[in-house]
Design a protein around this ligand. Structure first.
Ligand SMILES: [Zn+2]
Length: 75
């Protein structure tokens, strides 16, 4: 089965149970890095969590090695 990312409304009921691949990592100035939830955008406490603590989205980690690195501007 193929997913159409342009039509999330059709998938909303089941999409929480289907892993969304984590595709971004936030790199902090101190050198720590945290994966970012693909659904709600929070930083996750650690890698390879099965579910997001905040939104409950099931997470996939297949793409973590090629994830986009996001850096926060220092404030
Ligand atoms: Zn989330």
């Amino acid at each position: 089965m193929k997913w159409c990312k342009n039509k999330p409304s059709l998938l909303s009921a089941v999409s929480y149970r289907v892993p969304m691949e984590v595709q971004a990592i936030r790199l902090l100035p101190g050198g720590d890095s945290y994966p970012i939830c693909p659904r709600c955008g929070i930083t996750l406490d650690r890698e390879y969590m099965a579910y997001c603590d905040r939104c409950g989205q099931r997470l996939g980690w297949v793409l973590i090695d090629i994830a986009t690195i996001v850096t926060e501007p220092s404030r």
